[in-house]
Design a protein around this ligand. Structure first.
Ligand code: SF4
Length: 180
């Protein structure tokens, strides 16, 4: 069920201009820890979950002078130069705060580069709004790793995740196909 609380956690960042994405770090390549195969990784800036024990608290603030505002077209250019990647993963921060920008990049990666697309979110899949850019982005995903990091459920043996509550949801147009 969609909740007011959830809405607040994924209401778009107000200070990101159209055509830009607010990044917390450089575009990464050849990652093997954020999904299957060698992957490009996009690190978004801004997260409102504030999970105790989060590994990236520097990505929480949404201030425009933190990280970098990068033109989406520039990100696409950089992605197109990468060789040997099988997919892209959106990490954060909370990618859903910038769902519109992530959607544009995700579509580019799928349609132009033939990559699979994964994303993390600190939100719970069943509580996501079934409309707007957030849902359009989710419908582009091959997999969503959902849920906040919970220190009491920390498990360093889990594939691609930090705590046992987090699920790898394999998706097809927003429908759950399987769960790891
Ligand atoms: S959702 Fe992720 S980035 Fe946000 S506070 Fe929790 S662990 Fe950190």
């Amino acid at each position: 069920m969609q909740t007011t609380h959830t809405n607040k956690l994924c209401t778009p960042q107000s200070d990101v201009p159209d055509g830009y994405i607010h990044l917390s770090g450089d575009l990464e390549r050849d990652s093997i820890v954020n999904g299957p195969g060698l992957r490009a990784v996009i690190w978004t800036q801004g997260c409102r979950q504030h999970c105790p024990g989060c590994q990236n608290p520097e990505t929480w603030a949404e201030d425009a002078d933190l990280g970098a505002m990068v033109k989406i077209e520039k990100v696409k250019e950089e992605l197109a130069k990468l060789k040997g990647q099988s997919g892209i993963t959106f990490c954060g921060g909370e990618p859903l705060l910038q769902a519109k920008a992530c959607l544009e990049i995700a579509k580019f990666c799928k349609e132009e580069l033939g990559w699979n697309v994964w994303s993390f979110t600190g939100l719970i899949f069943e509580q996501l709004p079934r409309e707007g850019a957030v849902w359009d982005f989710v419908c582009e995903l091959d997999a969503l790793i959902d849920g906040p990091f919970i220190m009491q459920q920390r498990d360093l043996t889990m594939k691609f995740r930090g705590s046992r509550n987090q699920r790898i949801l394999h998706l097809n147009h927003g429908e759950i196909v399987s769960i790891e």
